[in-house]
Design a protein around this ligand. Structure first.
Ligand SMILES: NC(=O)c1ccc[n+]([C@@H]2O[C@H](COP(=O)([O-])OP(=O)(O)OC[C@H]3O[C@@H](n4cnc5c(N)ncnc54)[C@H](OP(=O)(O)O)[C@@H]3O)[C@@H](O)[C@H]2O)c1
Length: 314
């Protein structure tokens, strides 16, 4: 299905981030929007952190159906959201806002349902679709279900924290946290223990005799060719893990994933994770099931085609 031309009825959604110009979201979100026959467009807009409150208010005032937020806005968006749904509350991080308008009868209706009318009062509901996306990607790409499993997590930055908390919420048995900055791993460990006391959390690599079900790279090591490897081969042999997941999707196969493959692990990169966080956002805004495979094809085409974002011609 071809996308409808922009006209006076077109509604907008989009991504606020800083920087945002390498985002793949417009490519696959607009493909999904077109396939759903919506007269919408998804924009990527660079917003400085100090301008985020005004930018969100502006989007509300202009009748946007919703927004995605990326680095560095997710924590501020959590504080700015008028309401926060459970998926975001425990994480203190919002990557999706859905806008709703108040009817004269006192009902909050999603902006998508307002047709030509403009609501006078609009509120934002904050969600976090990243955590669910990690779980869905692990399940669909690797057949992995966290309950009762032992997992080694490399990197406890923003994405590693979200992954660890969600894996704990899904009843993982044991989590090993490895991070360059020890204090961050320690603070995450305390956070997990306070919310999920049944999960055993350790700082550092598992003992030599201990296999794990999954090793997950959530460091940014592997994005650049010159990066060192994200794990210490002296402390952990990849043969001790059945599965390996790298949140990085560009390049498609990082040195970590290649080494994991060579060690006999089943592997997956972060493409599905990126896809599913966007699919869930579009579902929240539209109230309908987005066309996952159309969106996946658009995402892959955008990222991996010779004229993709890394191309000098992009
Ligand atoms: N597939 C997806 O949809 C998706 C979504 C989100 C993120 N990601 C990817 O996940 C990765 C992490 O993103 P993030 O948002 O969590 O970033 P972040 O908050 O900046 O965290 C970066 C992580 O990498 C570690 N790190 C960075 N440079 C390092 C170095 N030289 N040596 C050792 N460790 C280093 C950091 O350790 P310190 O704490 O010591 O700094 C931290 O654990 C990125 O590659 C990002 O592209 C993918």
């Amino acid at each position: 299905m071809s996308i409808s031309p922009i006209n006076a009825s077109t509604r907008y959604c989009g991504l606020f981030g800083c920087p945002v110009r390498h985002s793949a979201s417009p490519a696959f979100q607009n493909a999904g929007i077109a396939a759903m026959g919506l007269n919408w467009r998804y924009l990527a807009l660079e917003v400085l952190p100090e301008n985020l409150p005004q930018a969100i208010e502006g989007a509300k005032a202009m009748g946007f159906v919703g927004l995605n937020l990326t680095v560095p806005h997710k924590e501020q968006a959590f504080r700015l959201a008028n309401e926060v749904e459970d998926s975001a509350r425990i994480l203190g991080s919002v990557n999706t806002l859905k806008f709703e308008g108040l009817t004269p009868e006192g009902l909050w209706l999603p902006v998508r349902d307002w047709g030509r009318e403009t609501p006078r009062q609009i509120r934002s509901i904050g969600y976090n679709t990243d955590a669910e996306a990690i779980i869905r990607a692990l399940k669909e790409d690797l057949g992995f279900k966290p309950a009762g499993k032992r997992i080694l997590i490399l990197g406890t930055g923003g994405a590693g924290r979200v992954a660890a908390l969600r894996l704990a919420a899904e009843s993982a048995a044991e989590l090993y946290l490895v991070n360059r900055t020890l204090s961050k791993a320690q603070s995450l460990s305390r956070e997990i223990e306070s919310h999920f006391p049944d999960v055993r959390v350790h700082i550092g690599y598992p003992p030599e005799t201990q296999p794990v079900d999954l090793i997950l790279n959530s460091t940014s090591l592997g994005l650049k060719e010159s990066d060192p490897l994200p794990w210490d081969g002296q402390q952990f042999c990849l043969k001790r893990s059945a599965l390996a997941f790298d949140m990085i999707y560009r390049p498609a196969c990082t040195p970590f994933l290649q080494a994991a493959k060579d060690a006999g692990c089943r592997v997956a990169n972060g493409l599905s994770m990126l896809l599913y966080q966007g699919v869930t956002s579009l579902k929240l805004w539209s109230g309908a099931e987005p066309p996952v495979e159309t969106m996946r094809a658009a995402l892959k085409g955008h990222i991996y085609s010779p004229s993709g974002p890394d191309s000098p011609h992009a």
